[in-house]
Design a protein around this ligand. Sequence first.
Ligand code: VGL
Ligand code: ZN
Length: 240
Amino acid sequence: MSAQILTAFREHRVQLPILQVERDKDRGIRATPDVELQRLLGGQEHLTKFLPEVDRHGVTIFGGMEALIIVDMQNDFCEGGALEVPDGNAVIEPINQLAARFPFVVATRDWHPLDHQSFAEQGGPWPVHCVRDTPGAQLHEAIDAAQIDAIVDAGREPDQEGYSGFEDTPLESLLREHDVDTVHVGGLALDYCVKATALDAAHKGFHVILHRDATRPVEVNPGDGARAEAELREAGVDIV
Ligand code: VGL
Ligand code: ZN
């Protein structure tokens, strides 16, 4: 689906180590966000002159890969689950549609030991949920598993909060290995794990796009969802 076109440019003595080409007849050619690259190539027109065959095939050119992070689409956060997010099941379809659009899809799971600090029995704020290897911790069966390239588990230690899918997980290295520079985010819950994951991604330098129709807040306090959105925008996250 995507390929490096480094050699094509080397013939013209232009060094472009991270340039990627993706076939995408719908989106056509998109200018790279890399300012230096734009300067080198004199913009998109110049680029298509270099690579007329690229134009013919209708490909997208960009500086890095785009990935989707599906946050915690587990039974316990869906309808009938131990920590049900209101209207949570409504995000399943939007997420499946997003997953079909991106070449790299990672699903995170909240994956707790029985004595996790966030459980009420240990003095935490939540009922027991997403206990590792239990049915409640499995991804919802309506999430299209065939589209998922990797699963990352967070909150695996008793004293690890693990709201963010980046906390003590290989998520960042997975994204870097795949040359990802833009992450799309959806899942549950907007005001906890989605927020923490998107904020961490932004702080690590990824361009972050949150899909509002693909997430819902738990809203322990009314307004938590709107406050999460404001915090995310403040951190540079695009909400679409
Ligand atoms: C989450 C509360 C507790 C979440 C996880 O996935 O947003 N919320 N653990
Ligand atoms: Zn949890």
